[in-house]
Design a protein around this ligand. Sequence first.
Ligand SMILES: [Zn+2]
Length: 422
Amino acid sequence: MSRLTHLECTRCGEHFPADRPQTVCPKDAGVLYARYDLPAIKRTFSAARLAGRAPTMWRYDAVLPEADPVSLGEGFTPMLQSREYPNVFIKDEGLNPTGSFKARGLSACVTMARHFGLKKLAIPSAGNAAGALAAYAAAAGVEAHIFMPNDVPAANRIECDYYGAHVTLVDGLISDCARKVAELKDGESWKKDGWFDVSTTKEPYRVEGKKTMGYEVAEQLGWKIPQGIIYPTGGGVGLLGMWKAFDEMEQLGWIGSERPKMITVQSAGCAPIVKAWDEGKPASEMWTAAATLASGLRVPKPYGDYLILDILRKSKGTAVAATDQEILEATRHWAKVEGLFAAPEGAASLVAYRKLRANGFFKPEDSVVLFNTGNGLKYLDVLDASVSGRANVVRAPLRQAQGRLSPAKPAPRQIAGIIGPY
Ligand SMILES: [Zn+2]
């Protein structure tokens, strides 16, 4: 009997077989979660048996689908103790293959795609998910078909090219990219040639990869659950995954019923979850004219918004917005104070932590894990407009300041429309 027993709709609870590719619930389009025979796993596997296992996310294969992993060494990233705040830890996801936390979800997703014999994986993306899909598809020997706006950050475009992905640059926004993938689905080739859409939360296994962050938080803190987790939320897959992981770990007897307060941080230029949270709504509304330099947070309406908001409520967490100016300052602060060159999305966690300390939500003695979701090196043209050849970046002339060059202030990128979370 398989560990992975079935898939379950997060809206209506309907069960679906896990022995074939699945997308979302055919009845209500709910996100599907992978479910396991946890009592059987509990009988045969314990947390103590993790010791000495390879330092990748596949050390938790007891709670992942049975398939030959497509791995590039993702996961088990460092849990750094902050040099500034004694009870703060920074989970540095920038050290993953392809330089971001997207590696986890795409490793699991491509593993299952290869397992099911899928040949052509399509993704509308403007960010790190594209690079991660391209890398894992290359490692798996399947085709990655990436649909990106023609003004994507340089690192994402170049890495996809080098990984040998089929990159279609779309003259338009990410919503136009999603439409391109939708058009493909209507075509004859889609079923015949083994195409599959791996958009965030529209297939069940990216959540499974991301959930390993929750297992790592617990294991790396000695199976003590922190008081809070601050998570930069675009599509929110990691937030869903970690919450799922805590429930699984409780059923496995690895932790008790304690849970961290789950905190969403978004950019003030695209904050649909923060707005819905503040208004007490169960789902978000489409954020119009989203604009922020934190490209991973430009998701105007996350597909799993109803799950994210439910987790914030159940965990007694909250949602916080950070302006681009605050994010830039925090990126520089982390680099100078922690020695960590973070993705702007990751540095937004620090902005949120400061705000939650200032308003008393967190006390100095509370242990809080801040997620840095990616490596700052992938954002050179975002963080310093002087290295960008991009026409859409507003360039100010370099000026001498305190005897050194001060880079031009980067401009936010305009984006709007439906973004399948990427
Ligand atoms: Zn359903």
